[in-house]
Design a protein around this ligand. Sequence first.
Ligand code: HEM
Length: 212
Amino acid sequence: MNQKVLFYSLYERFWHWIQALGVTLLLLTGFEISYPTQLDVLGFENAVRVHNLVGLFLVVNALLALFYNLAAGLIERYIPSVGDVFPKGLEHASYYIRGIFKGSPHPFDKTPDKRLLPLQKVTYFIVLNLLLPLMVLTGLLKLFVDAYPELIEALGGLTVIGPIHRVGAWLFASFLILHVYMTTTGPTWLANLSAMITGYGHVERADEETPR
Ligand code: HEM
């Protein structure tokens, strides 16, 4: 039976949309700082100010989310198992490469207590635990370059830290494009987006736990 159930709590949706807006702003202002002649919306000085402020705000947002997930005992849902990479991840990838274009059924059911599918778990784990901290760290090093010159030099100087931050930004942009595309692969094009806005989605059976 198809039933409407709560997938995302108000706080989870709030966190998500703040994060989405913040990362989009960081990418745009970062592009303006890197290529000021190609994108001139805020002006270089303002773009730097907004970039730094939004970056620091997102660090707080990420730490609050970490606290929320630890305190609510929900953190495990974001930790992929070996099985999520192989064989489940492979089966999942094969669906996106072939099955989806042939109209095959989705290999995994999305339910409130298993709402992250194998590849999502792996991707979010990499983005939130490797890419995001790498961007924060390299961003902070760039921000405090005048205050801690020896530290920056010991780490290879701005000629190393700068390109790492820039490559990370392109990886983030790639994630964003892929992520938005993937959200359209639910039961309908807009089903996942609607769930992340209203909190509610549909499942075949409603005997799963309601998320806290
Ligand atoms: C315009 C930007 C974005 C849009 C439209 C968007 C949309 C969505 C939608 C519709 C979902 C629910 C369906 C799903 O899990 O695939 C989702 C989940 C998720 N998104 Fe995004 N997103 C955006 C940006 C971001 C960014 C920048 C991040 C992280 C840095 C992010 C991290 C996540 C995570 C971790 C989930 C899973 C949440 C959970 O189930 O606990 N998203 N996104």
